[in-house]
Design a protein around this ligand. Structure first.
Ligand SMILES: NC(=O)c1ccc[n+]([C@@H]2O[C@H](COP(=O)([O-])OP(=O)(O)OC[C@H]3O[C@@H](n4cnc5c(N)ncnc54)[C@H](OP(=O)(O)O)[C@@H]3O)[C@@H](O)[C@H]2O)c1
Length: 249
């Protein structure tokens, strides 16, 4: 793909749900999507952080966002259907779904991985995107141009020692993206892709690489280009593909 320049109103009139919208890459995507015209539904677990993103969007003059507090670790299938019902009632459809929320778990050999933590990582990074996509499919089908984006990682493309549940959850989510893309390609206009943000200056990165100088990595705001491409109409027809936010591909 050539370097992409999004039109200023590329996301106008689009309703986009972002998970993990209170911090890091999720907060940056939510603000960026709003700046390009989208009405953003901010889903996350820490209300204070969601409110800060909400306020920033509102003060910028972008379309008024919505906050949907939800802890993906403990959410039940009923919680997901309640969410879909609320979005249907308020907006009537969904044009974009960014699965961004994730937890790192711990870096340790598989042989010693704490089983409770393993389950938590799988719940947030893999089961939650599945349950959320499943619940939102009827809403995505009501859009004439819907885009679902999963967030991948280098360790999800090739297993790496000690990355444990995180890498394995990301590899499985990548397969879910491909499966879903294949299933939806024939009968719906819904496209499904993944994006690997690369190394980005966030809380998660600092936890994974505590000795690294954070300034060697870009801030989330600096890697938004490919996210805009995938959420906007310019990516129509692209489905089942893995994108990298920091490389031309
Ligand atoms: N940063 C990188 O270098 C990098 C590299 C490759 C891939 N990624 C991927 O990029 C995505 C964003 O990562 P990030 O670096 O921005 O991480 P981050 O700064 O840790 O942000 C993660 C977000 O997910 C939310 N979240 C975590 N657990 C949740 C739960 N149980 N329920 C609801 N929300 C939850 C967090 O909420 P709280 O703020 O309330 O905790 C936070 O808003 C992730 O999918 C990550 O795997 C990041």
């Amino acid at each position: 793909m050539q370097e992409y320049t999004p039109a200023p109103n590329i996301l106008k009139q689009r309703i986009i749900l972002v998970t993990g919208a209170g911090d890091g890459i999720g907060a940056a995507t939510a603000k960026t999507f709003a700046r390009y015209g989208a009405t953003v539904i901010l889903l996350g677990r820490t209300i204070r952080k969601l409110e800060a993103v909400y306020d920033a969007i509102e003060q910028s003059g972008a379309p008024q966002p919505a906050i949907y507090p939800m802890n993906l670790e403990g959410a039940s299938p009923k919680d997901y259907s309640d969410l879909a019902e609320t979005v249907d009632r308020e907006f009537g459809r969904l044009d974009g779904l960014l699965h961004n929320a994730a937890i790192l778990g711990t870096l340790t050999p598989l042989e010693m991985y704490d089983l409770e933590l393993w389950t938590k990582v799988m719940q947030v990074n893999l089961n939650a995107p599945y349950l959320l996509t499943r619940a939102c499919l009827p809403l995505l089908k009501k859009s004439d141009d819907a885009s679902v984006v999963f967030t991948s990682s280098a360790v999800g493309h090739k297993g790496r020692a000690y990355w444990g549940a995180y890498g394995i959850s990301k590899a499985a989510a990548e397969n879910m993206m491909q499966t879903l893309a294949d299933e939806l390609e024939q009968n719906t206009p819904i496209r499904v892709n993944s994006i690997d943000p690369g190394a980005v200056r966030t809380r998660m990165r600092a936890r994974a690489y505590p000795g690294e100088d954070p300034n060697i990595n870009p801030a989330p705001d600096e890697i938004m280009n490919r996210y805009l491409y995938l959420m906007g109409a310019d990516s129509k027809g692209e489905t089942g593909k893995s994108f990298k936010a920091q490389e031309k591909n």
